[in-house]
Design a binder for this molecule. Sequence first.
Ligand SMILES: *Cc1c(COP(=O)(O)O)cnc(C)c1O
Length: 341
Amino acid sequence: MEKKNIDWANLGFGYLKTDYRYVSNFKDGAWDEGGLTTDDMVTINECAGVLQYAQTVFEGMKAYTTEDGRIVTFRPDLNAERMENSAKRLEMPVFPQDRFIEAVVETIKANAAYVPPFGSGATLYVRPYMFGSNPVIGVKPADEYQFRVFTTPVGPYFKGGIKPLTIRVSDFDRAAPHGTGHIKAGLNYAMSLHAIVDAHNQGFDENMYLDAQTRTKVEETGGANFLFVTKDGKVVTPKSNSILPSITRRSLIYVAKEYLGLEAEEREIYFDEVKDFAECGLCGTAAVISPVGKIVDHGKEICFPSGMTEMGPITKKLYDTLTGIQMGRIEAPEGWLKVIE
Ligand SMILES: *Cc1c(COP(=O)(O)O)cnc(C)c1O
């Protein structure tokens, strides 16, 4: 299949229209058959539930070309499961998990010409999402919904080399206890925009959010989970009911234990402990791991020994092993790679 003429290595992280997207509508209590369309526009009523009360959830995943030329995506079953949990929390109907995976596969296959070639560092970002589509003015869940999947090619995350991030401890909270921090919903992002714009204005790359109740424990950033390495080489990651369960983070913990023979633990992490860690990274689909070099807490700096020019040694091993599994260089655990074609 002929690839599109795109300068893969110089793509940024932005939207570029591809040929096909998947659409299914929920009406009268049931999802329709659904299918691909070339129409990239959504037409909904001015009073649609999503526009008035933000009833929308989403997922984010990647399709890419492995070393041996297959197009694959990574653990889509976990995205399907997570979207089910997100939908239920916002009183939305569940798009069945098997249909979610079929829709993702179909959309990637239809846009195979946009899946970047192996070695380019670029990927095809896949965005499944769902929203309340009929008019809602009294506060209640919508009766009609639309589920869609679109794709957009995105460039290499570490363009121009790896640069460890500088992040700040945020004075804003991301998620309340017993709130919606654990689901992938647009509403969690809308309220983080002011905090991230402010962080950027102050010269920081990201916000570290603490738990809203006690402001003593590490939660996550606006869109990635934390992973730390202790001085004796143990991998630790925060445990909390208000953190989004990152598939990358869960995969890295498995890799740490089963591939690298490291101790790895999910537990509550107090901010006071952070100064004693050897390495810090942010994990999510986009970057796999972005190293953090420095955390600033109201003028007090925590500088990790791994410094501001490279990943820490254990972070690097985790990164190389997981990306090796994703790219087909290292044997993947059963079910981790879904082959599209
Ligand atoms: C999507 C997301 C992540 C990363 O999850 P992955 O499944 O690893 O991509 C982390 N935190 C938040 C708030 C997210 O929305």
